[in-house]
Design a protein around this ligand. Sequence first.
Ligand code: CS2
Length: 518
Amino acid sequence: MKTSILPSLSLATLDRIAPDLRPAVDPRELRPKVVHFGLGAFHRAHQAVYTESAAARSGEPWGIVAVAPRSTRVVKAMRVQDCLYSVAEHHPAATTTRAIGSIVGALGMRQDAERVDELLADPGVTVATLTITEAGHYRRPGADGLDTGAPEIAADLAAARTADITTVVGRLAVGLAARMRAGGAPISVVSCDNMAANGAALGTVVRGFVEASSWPDRRAVLDWMATSVAFPATIVDRIVPATTDADREAARAALGVWDEVPVVGEPYRQWVLEDSFAGPRPPWELDGALFVPDVVPYQLTKLRLLNGSHSALAYLGAAAGCATIADVLETGWGERLVRALSAEVAPTLPEGGPDPVTYTDDLVKRFRNRKIRHLLRQIGSDGSRKIPERWFGALRSLRAARAGTPALELALAAWANATRPADDGRPSGATDPTGRPFGTTDPTGRPFGAPDPTGQLFGTTDPAAAQLAACWHEAADQEDTIRRLLHVLGAADLAGDGALVAGTAARLPALRAGHVEI
Ligand code: CS2
């Protein structure tokens, strides 16, 4: 929160900041040519940085209009700052900060729905990018298609006015339909979320929305999409923890003006994209992005080694009482876990990607960076949508090859342990903060102290939290719990693997007691 009367970062105050910290481009010289959904820290520290360099180095006016699907807090703050903000790069021994100028507009997806559709229909906009999280895709658990039964999607399909649409999948489908009706210039839609075949996955859910709509021209929209809308796959990589008040203070000290929405990240960043765009795009390669015919080896390496160990560290670290990834790397077992998991899954990676051993050495260094306070709670949230992408592909290949999977079993047990409801760890006889015993009910019939249905034991949240918690209440024993949890994730095959289930369940008691045995 702003604590001083310092002026805010904006075009008018740019001359107060040191020349080498100013943006590489003047946003007034850019045009809205990219629409981005998801105005979070990751976008601002990744795609927006690449786009700024691409515009500065090419002289082409690639500007981004960034759309916030839900919260308008960042939209308001960005507007106050003429969409300028700073990125602090935390090297282990030093930090560098500078302002970024590639964002030319900030919109709320609901508040500015008409403008969003207008931009998506504009032939001058040829790229849309998305960072909407795995959960934001509304895929059916364990399957490819759109989860039309999800209440948010069902409501969007039934929405009387398009301004009432709340999901990005729905907004994108509506916007693309508007584009077809306005002449149908080709566009590329780039999913920047951590999912295997993320381009195809996004294309499937957007098409699913159009198919399930009652639009009279939905067939025509689908036919046009097949020829004029590309969904290239990509891998994005940069560790970007959520911004804290301390980061705002540090930005103030570096800039000399107030930045309400700074972002911080590690120095490393990578972007690999499938070279299959439908129309013009920013020359991101000028800033080191890699365009390749086949992203699969890069995608699976990143998902299974980086994100896979991130999730394992998050759940095991939480059980052991750690708060951040760097904390876990300081335990006696953190590095061992990363190396054991990587060695276990490396044989499942296709040829043609980075060397897994070098990649793992780099990961250990990146994870050890103490300047990056990446909360386990942030990484562990939405586990039901993340871990199938990160662990299950490798687990299935290894089980089919009859290879041992001890590291994945330990990780799976730690995830299961973290799905326990928020009150599960309390000793019996405990009372709620007002002194009433847990287990009694309030006048609405809700148990006193009953956890928020999205609340989990270690403070993570998950759209399936209530279903996951129910597995603990309803199961006959721990193996049954594991089976039920796997079913919630749509992994009936893994739930039917008796040895896997037994191996995982056997690790629960130690984890419950806070011991990590590896
Ligand atoms: C993390 C990722 O929050 C998470 O689930 O695993 O956000 C991770 O930091 C990025 O993918 C790194 O590129």
